[in-house]
Design a binder for this molecule. Sequence first.
Ligand code: PLP
Length: 402
Amino acid sequence: MPGFEVFGDKEKQEIMDVLDTGVLFRYEFGEQRKGIYKVRTFEENFARYAGAGYAQAVTSGTVALKVALAVLGIGPGDEVITQGFTFVATWEAIFDVGATPVFTEVDTTLNMDPADLERKITDKTKAIIPVHMLGSGARIDQIMAIADKHNIPVIEDTAQAVGATWRGKHLGTFGKCGTFSFDAVKTMTTGEGGMVITDDEKVWRNMSEYHDHGHDHVPNPVGRGGEGRSFIGFNYRMMELQGAIGIAQLAQLDTIISAQRQNKAAMKNSVRKLPGVTFRNLVDEEGDSATFLAFFLPSREKTQAVNRILQDNGAGAIAFAENTWHYYPKWEHLINASTICSSGWPFNEADGRRKVVYDPEVLPHSAEIMNRLLVYQVPVKLSEERLQQIDAAIEKAAAEIG
Ligand SMILES: *Cc1c(COP(=O)(O)O)cnc(C)c1O
């Protein structure tokens, strides 16, 4: 997830445009900014790149989810279904609008299991958030069919899959909204930042106003205009320096992805040597952004044994089953209903009664898959030495576990 790997002259040049005018803010300062609107330009370029009608920049990928949920009218009393393998941000955003997250199993795509989604839909389900984890798509056609049948809007959490496609169409353009993150470790970075894309003009106009304290953007949908307000909002404005970096990073995204694809193929050739190894089910291999290489071993014991050998030889993989940021049973603050809010919100009702309990045992199928999963991050810049180190570690593991 390596936008930071390619940070360089192009980004610096874009930043200098902003520093030269001294206008660090996306709105106002008409004369002084000399026609420079970096955040706006970044939005236009991003929408065009993804093939979406509109794009709204915000301060993070977490906020992108929250803004999308907010303008779709999701709030207290509503349930939002997402998956048990994702970054905590996905369900933090659901709680933050007052709704209750419900978690589905993942299958060998490492994304939402459509059959489990269908089982978990209730009268209270008001949105579905499939997450395109680790650079590659969920079964988005099946998920959209189920959502459409029940008339429930879909927000695609595409934070980890910018530039990835399904049958040639960008992930994030299938649902009502698609959200993206440009944080420190994502495929493209603006330091901190996020984006929401949509084809629905009204949704976009509402996001524009909501993320800017409800400022009336009516006479000028990309900026301010009137002094009326239609609803209460918040401040999630991206600043011009981030927009500038985003322009430069987006221009390199296809180059980043093609380098990752090459490096992933080389790493995969090594990993293939492990006896009994199988690879993540990619719903569209050609559309994979190749940010991660995910593979399975036949049992939990073998998986742990292999990773110990890889670690001892300087090429340890990520074991997401043990990862406390991405996997449901390891979210102890969710399981234990830990909150800093004295009333116990969002786990309790306003009168203090417990509203929702998260049982760590409820996703057994995911556990069976996650316990056999190992993952390598694929860098943009992979040296021959590093590749050889990985290859040697894999060969050792293959020899020892037989
Ligand atoms: C990174 C990430 C986010 C949140 O993005 P931030 O910009 O860090 O707030 C949301 N969902 C997923 C799946 C992520 O990986």
